[in-house]
Design a protein around this ligand. Sequence first.
Ligand code: NAP
Length: 175
Amino acid sequence: MKTTLLMATTLDGKIGRNSSHLVDWAGREDRKLFIKLTKDAGVIIMGSNTFDTIGEPLPKRKNIVLTRNKSRIKETLPNALSGDENLIFTDKTPEEIVKDLIAQGFKSVVLIGGSQINSLFLKAKLINKIYVTIVPRFFGTGLSMLSEETDVKLDLIKTQQMPNGHILLIYSVHY
Ligand SMILES: NC(=O)c1ccc[n+]([C@@H]2O[C@H](COP(=O)([O-])OP(=O)(O)OC[C@H]3O[C@@H](n4cnc5c(N)ncnc54)[C@H](OP(=O)(O)O)[C@@H]3O)[C@@H](O)[C@H]2O)c1
């Protein structure tokens, strides 16, 4: 299973101003990349704060939302993770989620944030590739890509200049 983390960040390394900040600031090219990679994979994983900023499941993709909120999890049908349902709330571990997706025939999955869920998957050594769009602006304060202390090295695979001064960086993770 190929697990790709897809993020946009400001030049000062912020992925959002706060936990409820919608990512509507990363530009058209980043949005196009997001749609392509997530639709190609067919499945996305995110934390409940990120889901709440979007407010609804993204169409034509399985949306897996991590939460510890039991009443949200109860809204999900018992076999949803292995079935056709489009929106799944779960408190399964990253390893269990990936195992379920492999069993269902998915070959890749895109992790779309936020900080907490990125750290959770990195700690489980389940992120293989990272796509980061650097957006030329500053927030000054805000959330970084990870919520916990870590020391993981990355190998640069590719850099690509995008319109409007955006830069795409692609890394593989060196565990
Ligand atoms: N720039 C970008 O590309 C980008 C992309 C995505 C998101 N973001 C930004 O990231 C921010 C949100 O990130 P965040 O770190 O605040 O939140 P998050 O990672 O999206 O979600 C955190 C939530 O996930 C659930 N959770 C955490 N650990 C869990 C576990 N082990 N098992 C089950 N559920 C777990 C909890 O939900 P419950 O509280 O429901 O239990 C927790 O509150 C927003 O500002 C958003 O805009 C930016």
